[in-house]
Design a protein. Structure first.
Lengths: 210, 362
């Protein structure tokens, strides 16, 4: 009796501890689980918003709208999701395309010039992210997180735009290299090179913490 | 916070783009890692190069730290705005007018919104009054509210900020306050929905045999004469047919803007096709009936529903005719007179106040 109770408690404890893995989450989402959808939303929406905001900075409402649209698409296409791929990659790719469309719509109205799309060269790439890296690090609340976090954040912001974007997607947002390569139309080795180079720069900037 | 970082490798020249074999292994190790654990590739490398472990581990800790960085340079306020945008009425708290070059998504024009905002105040007051009248004496366990557009168009703002305009003769049942994971309402008749964005709380309209699920969009649901037609204007909706047993019938369909699909009891939704367009689908908002090859029986149900009048057709052949065209909505009598003229039919008033259509000129 007590043994059974103890086992039950252990089982409950284990269930509470183990967050569902990506494949489970995708399976639940495919089955129409709203709680899985909510979990994904809460997990990915803030970073996805930052990702979109780095692309469409001229309209303060655009990132919210585009993130909403990306999630609406995820929900509507949930049954077509491939459990072997990450939901995050789907969301980022969708949001990336939505942002490009948004920018293209604007540029055809003559508001954004020089948009050449994402190509495997720094010039084309950077023109897609006109305001990247221009953020003021003081906007960040240094007091909230530790000194190392603040320095890490500042070091990432100091990276050149293209490298920063690729590095953020891999190192901060947690996308796989092949997902980034596919989304941005880069080769896998370019992604690795960019991440590797950025990592060196960042660690050099953090040398004083060593 | 102190996370011991191992000493940096001997200064690598910043001819950056070519990675050494070890750097490449490190980058791949970080890519492959799950949380704080390296994957098998990395462990193989580290087994062969045990001296690299401190550096690899340090880099992985740094990556974990990076994943906890605040996500938005503008801070949590921006996230708050997003969360608010997903749960709040854009109609209840009018946002600043959109820039004119924005695609007109999801919202009525500013002018219409101002008007609807005023009417919403009235509607909310009426709703509160009705709610007090209906539910004042009941325990607050199941607060279902009902909007009944008996006399004219009724606009309701639901607790999530969704705006619903009910066509005359239509009825909407909805929770006074949404709670839980879903926003569920039930419609009898026809209504134009502008659903507040809230991806984590899907909004579902049950109307006859159909269920329409959306996350934030504008569309109409019309259920007249045993058929439910859904036409989408902005966003995306998924429509499914639900059998008497509550089980889905066939596969649900997803509508793109300006598409429509229909559900009849026991049949799957029709393949999405071009809709009537906003003007025609929302004719009733302008006080008109617009029909497109509508079976007379369905048209009469719609007219009868609008005016609360009983209308019968004496002749089966006449009932099978279809009607197309626009009729001003004035009175039941005038509408039916116009219809009778088009159909070469005769209109009779029944003693109980109803009407009947029969073959033959008046």
């Amino acid at each position: 009796m007590t043994l059974a109770l103890a086992l039950l408690l252990i089982a409950l404890g284990l269930a509470a501890l183990s967050a569902p893995d990506e494949a489970t989450l995708i399976r639940q989402l495919r089955d129409g689980s709203e709680s899985a959808f909510r979990r994904i939303f809460e997990r990915d929406a803030p970073r996805l918003r930052a990702f979109v905001a780095r692309r469409v900075s001229t309209d303060p409402d655009a990132p919210d709208d585009l993130v909403q649209d990306a999630f609406v698409r995820l929900w509507n296409h949930r049954t077509e999701l491939d459990p072997a791929l990450s939901v995050r990659a789907y969301l980022y790719r969708t949001a990336h395309n939505l942002a490009l469309n948004w920018l293209r719509d604007r540029s055809t109205r003559g508001e954004v010039h020089g948009l050449t799309g994402v190509e495997d060269d720094a010039v084309g790439f950077e023109s897609t992210f006109p305001t990247l890296a221009a953020d003021d690090p003081s906007a960040l609340d240094h007091a909230v997180h530790g000194e190392l976090s603040a320095a890490l954040d500042a070091a990432i912001r100091a990276l050149p735009a293209k490298r920063q974007e690729v590095f953020r997607l891999a190192f901060v947002d947690g996308l796989r290299h092949r997902e980034i390569a596919e989304m941005l139309g880069l080769s896998a080795s370019t992604v690795e090179n960019q991440v590797g180079a950025a990592l060196k720069t960042v660690r050099r900037a953090l040398a004083r913490f060593a | 916070m102190t996370i011991p970082l191992p000493p940096l490798p001997a200064a690598t020249p910043p001819g950056d783009d070519e990675l050494s074999e070890r750097d490449r292994a490190l980058v791949r190790a970080l890519d492959e890692a799950s949380g704080d654990t390296f994957g098998p590739e990395a462990e193989r490398w580290l087994a062969a190069h045990p001296d690299d472990r401190p550096e690899f581990t340090g880099a992985l800790r740094l990556q974990s730290l990076a994943r906890d960085l605040p996500s938005d340079p503008t801070g949590p306020a921006a996230w708050g705005r997003l969360a608010a945008a997903t749960t709040q009425a854009d109609a209840a708290s009018p946002r600043p007018a959109r820039q004119p070059d924005r695609p007109a998504v999801r919202q009525a024009t500013p002018a219409r919104r101002r008007v609807s905002w005023l009417t919403s105040v009235v509607a909310v007051l009426v709703a509160v009054g009705l709610a007090v009248a209906f539910f004042g004496t009941r325990p607050p366990a199941m607060q279902l509210a009902e909007a009944d557009a008996a006399g004219g168009i009724v606009t309701r703002h639901l607790s999530d900020g969704t705006t619903v305009r009910l066509r005359p003769g239509s009825k909407l049942t909805y929770p006074a306050r949404f709670s839980g994971d879903n926003r569920d309402v039930t419609l009898d008749g026809e209504a134009f929905f502008e659903v507040a964005h809230d991806p984590i709380h899907p909004f579902t309209v049950t109307a006859g045999p159909s269920q329409t699920t959306v996350l934030g969009t504008s569309f109409t649901v019309a259920t007249w004469g045993g058929q439910t037609a859904v036409e989408l204007f902005t966003g995306s909706v998924s429509l499914r047919s639900v059998g008497a047993d509550g089980q889905p019938v066939g596969e649900p369909v997803t509508l793109a803007p300006d598409q429509q699909s229909a559900v009849r009891s026991g049949t799957p939704p029709t393949t999405p096709g071009a809709g009537h367009g906003r003007d025609e689908a929302l004719d009733w908002l302008d006080g008109r009936f617009v029909f497109h090859n509508t079976p007379l029986a369905d048209a009469l149900r719609e007219i009868g529903g609008t005016f609360g009048a009983e209308i019968t057709v004496s002749d089966p052949a006449l009932a099978r005719q279809t009607v197309s065209g626009t009729i001003e909505r004035t009175t039941a009598r005038a509408t039916l007179d116009a219809l009778a003229t088009v159909l070469d039919a005769k209109l009779d008033t029944l003693s109980g106040g109803g009407y009947t259509l029969m073959p033959g000129r008046p």
